[in-house]
Design a protein around this ligand. Structure first.
Ligand SMILES: [Mn+2]
Length: 471
């Protein structure tokens, strides 16, 4: 359904508006009595007026709220809770992880970006503009997550071990203007010193030291973001190090990695400015048999050193799920960074959708009351579809999954579980899938001033026509 918001539409809708103002609940009560959701009336020309749609959305929300209240769920407080959850949205969906270093364009590090959809951002200003376009379609207040290869160096070649906060001042100023927090990542790939697949665990001490200096520089840059923006920057270390085929020595590279990481984190930084995280992975392209920084490696490292642990939803065996790990690892580490992604066969980075696992992750965060200890980052990239749309689909999917979790009748479910009523628990979980979730989500979008589910794609298409499609 296309919304028409012309002048004549609003004129036609005027009598209806007046009636609604005089007695806002009259239509609603009638609809409630008839147990029928309010349906927008057709205008004389047979189209819907925008006012009709707004009124109908309000009615739909009122009815949905009543349905959820019947299960002991308060929709208004769920929406309030949702609005306080920031997502850390990754920059690299906008340009296929190219960055602005001007290298060969090869990503490497066991990563691959597939697709050739036109219009990727070619400069920091294009990337910022594209992200702003996506952000205008994502309800809530969020953060932006940068990689070191997105430095702005005015065409000068700056070694990654020599990067300074000044090379990110454009990003920092923009983030301040837009009221965005920033997060950060050192880039241990797409570089000659990473060409043989090893960085911090390299056998050559010179190469190892280069990457230690890079990571130290990135932590300082992260701290500069945190200080300037008044919200701590989460700086996440992920390295690709590993072997394609069976190693003869698994132990030594892991011992080297501990030493290198200890050197990286040796400089004390104010946690109000920078927070360190480490990210594990099962395998990458070209590191199928052995990855130095495995889950067990980083769980132990994070627990013993007090860093944040990053769990990427695409970095485990295909039948292994992050949702089941959250309540385990949060017994041993203080905080968790989630890289929300969608693994499909060999790929760990498909655009996030409201999948069973995404809903399960969100439920774990809500049920465990972990929200203050978990940072939610997105990590996916798809170059085969409109990149702004990819951001919007993924970010909105995460928010929808969180809202579904916030709308769960948790007290009832727990009571059934405690009473051993597993039949009732299963039936109620299934019942939740037919609850009027869409009306609550639409109301949230309206509250936050972003288009509803049926309307945002038109805006992406318009932006494509006027901006990204002309590149
Ligand atoms: Mn990740």
């Amino acid at each position: 359904m296309r919304l028409r918001a012309t002048r004549s539409d609003s004129k036609r809708a005027e009598p209806r508006l007046r009636r609604a103002r005089e007695n806002p609940l009259s239509r609603l009560d009638r609809d409630r009595g008839a147990r029928q959701p309010g349906r927008p009336a057709e205008s004389p020309q047979g189209g819907w007026s925008i006012l009709d749609c707004i009124l109908s959305a309000q009615q739909a929300y009122a009815l949905a709220r009543e349905r959820y209240a019947g299960l002991g769920v308060d929709c208004d407080s769920a929406l309030q809770a949702l609005s306080s959850i920031p997502l850390s949205i990754h920059c690299w969906q906008g340009d296929d992880i190219r960055g602005f270093e001007g290298g060969t364009g090869e990503v490497g590090g066991g990563l691959a970006v597939t697709g050739n959809y036109p219009g990727q951002a070619r400069s920091p200003s294009e990337l910022r503009m594209d992200f702003e376009s996506a952000l205008s379609l994502i309800p809530g207040r969020h953060r932006f997550n940068l990689h070191a290869i997105y430095a702005e160096t005015d065409g000068r070649r700056i070694g990654r071990d020599e990067l300074q906060p000044e090379h990110f001042s454009g990003w920092c100023d923009w983030a301040r203007d837009r009221n965005l927090g920033l997060d950060f990542n050192p880039t241990f790939f797409a570089h000659p010193m990473a060409a043989d697949g090893f960085t911090l665990a390299h056998s050559d001490p010179g190469i190892r030291q280069f990457w230690v200096e890079h990571a130290k520089a990135c932590r300082r840059i992260g701290a500069s973001f945190g200080k300037a923006l008044g919200t701590p920057c989460l700086t996440n270390v992920w390295i690709p190090d590993g072997y394609k085929d069976l190693p003869a020595d698994r132990r030594t590279p892991r011992e080297r990695l501990v030493e290198a990481l200890d050197a990286v984190f040796s400089e004390p930084l104010d946690p109000q400015h920078n927070i360190d995280a480490v990210e594990c992975k099962l395998f990458g392209l070209g590191s199928e048999c052995y990855v130095v920084g495995s889950h067990e490696f980083y769980l132990g490292y994070a627990a013993s050193r007090g860093t944040v642990l990053c769990l990427d939803a695409g970095h485990f065996h295909p039948t292994e799920v992050v949702s089941d790990k959250i309540s385990s690892v949060l017994l041993w580490v203080d905080r968790l960074l989630l890289h929300v992604s969608r693994g499909v066969r060999w790929d760990s980075d498909h655009v996030v959708l409201v999948s069973d696992e995404l809903r399960e992750i969100a439920k774990e965060l809500v049920r465990g009351r972990y929200m203050s200890r978990v940072h939610i980052g997105l990590d996916f990239f798809d170059a085969s579809i409109n990149r702004v749309a990819a951001w919007v689909i993924g970010a909105r999917a995460m928010l929808k999954a969180l809202l579904m979790a916030l709308l769960e009748p948790s007290a009832g479910l727990r009571r059934m579980e405690q009473d051993g009523d597993f039949t009732g628990r299963l039936a109620l979980l299934e019942q939740m899938l037919t609850m009027p979730f869409g009306a609550v989500w639409d109301h949230y979008c309206e509250m936050r001033g972003v288009p509803q589910e049926s309307a945002w794609l038109d805006q992406v298409r318009a932006y494509e026509e006027s901006v990204t499609g002309r590149r």
